[in-house]
Write a new protein. Structure first.
Length: 374
């Protein structure tokens, strides 16, 4: 089945690489509407270096040792043949030459959402729907140590029981999720760079603070991220590989409905609804108006046929664990887990911070799925 993706807020899935002004030049360009926008041209530095004369190569290597090295200052007329890709620069604050930009995962210099990221988020949603009061009580009895820390071995055992069969030779062979195939998404050409800050909960009305390492200026600590920008459209395919004989042999017949497309849609819808409601509550408790406005609109967009899903950087503790379900059923148990996870207590909601783009005030990672296909 083909599934389309509408990006509702910037999506960042990192490649593990970072770069500075030694690998890009700032420039201007026109968008489709004819407006002038800021861009960064990411340069293929290796090929560019090989094109230089011997003297220029020596100059380049000498200048590169300067931490403030700026490729554009070295050569303001680098031919476009050495441009790997262009990134739209929507950062509010000017990017300093030494500031690292965290690269997004790409294939052939184009951005995409890995199928593993989509599948992992879907699995979290299915897990959320499957957990009941009985399992939560067992988690409380057998998974938590006295200090609230999670016993990872016991936790894995309980989680694996939800998705695996006892009849299979190995847990991997008996994992129902193995029979759900999710492809990588299609690609987009241009990343959008945002400067992202961490907004911290505060009980002082309209005085929510951004995390800062600078005790003198209190300037927000920023990270610069390549993202798939809002309003981009992508698609992927999702396949349920049900085989009666194989499922019967592995003892998975009782779990086959978990990877049924209708169950996936409903699970993703229910999980996102719970997460969005939690985010609205957080935003209202701490008077973060722009976040509350964003999530109220998201709440209206969420439906079973077109559910919302959160992927990639910024998803956080609640989006990727069973913490939200535990919070719903047992507040005291949730407090114990959060204290053990955090390592210290505080009076704010947990988690007490959110990653927010400086331009637009957007949280990261929200996409909408449409399983109707085309």
């Amino acid at each position: 089945m083909k599934c389309t993706i509408s990006v509702k807020s910037p999506v960042h899935i990192g490649s593990g690489e970072k770069y500075t002004a030694s690998e890009y030049v700032k420039s201007k360009a026109k968008n489709k509407k004819g407006d002038i926008i800021n861009i960064l041209k990411r340069i293929d530095v290796s090929n560019y270096f090989l094109s230089l004369s011997d003297d220029k190569k020596d100059d380049f290597l000498r200048d590169l040792s300067n931490p403030n090295f700026n490729l554009k200052n070295f050569d303001s007329k680098i031919p476009n043949t050495y441009t790997k890709y262009r990134a739209i620069n929507k950062s509010k604050k000017d990017i300093a030459p030494t500031q690292e930009i965290t690269e997004a995962i790409k294939t052939l210099n184009q951005l995409y959402i890995p199928g593993s990221s989509i599948k992992g988020a879907i699995k979290s949603a299915i897990l959320y729907r499957q957990i009941d009061d009985d399992l939560i009580e067992k988690i409380a009895d057998r998974v938590l140590r006295n200090n609230g820390r999670v016993d990872n071995r016991q936790y894995s055992f309980f989680m694996n029981r939800i998705f695996t069969s006892n009849n299979a030779p190995t847990p991997a062979q008996g994992d129902i999720m193995k029979f759900l195939q999710v492809s990588d998404s299609t690609t987009i050409k241009n990343p959008t760079i945002f400067d992202v800050a961490t907004v911290m909960a505060s009980f002082r009305k309209r005085h929510n603070e951004f995390y800062s390492r600078n005790n003198r200026t209190h300037e927000p600590t920023l990270s610069y991220l390549e993202t798939i920008g809002k309003n981009n459209k992508l698609s992927f395919s999702i396949t349920n590989n049900y085989d009666y004989d194989v499922f019967r042999k592995l003892g998975l017949d009782s779990k086959k409905d978990m990877i049924d497309i209708d169950n996936i849609k409903k699970s993703v819808f229910i999980f996102s609804r719970a997460l969005i409601n939690h985010e609205i509550e957080f935003a209202e408790d701490y008077d973060i108006g722009y976040l509350a406005k964003f999530y109220r609109k998201l709440q209206n967009d969420n439906s079973i046929d077109a559910p919302l899903l959160r992927v990639g950087g910024g998803s956080g503790f609640l989006s990727t664990t069973v913490g939200l379900k535990i919070k719903k059923y047992d507040e005291m148990l949730f407090e114990k887990i959060r204290d053990g996870t955090r390592g210290k207590t505080y009076e704010y909601s947990f988690p007490k911070s959110r990653k927010i783009t400086q331009v637009g005030g957007l949280p990261l990672g929200w996409i909408q799925l449409n399983f109707k296909g085309e």
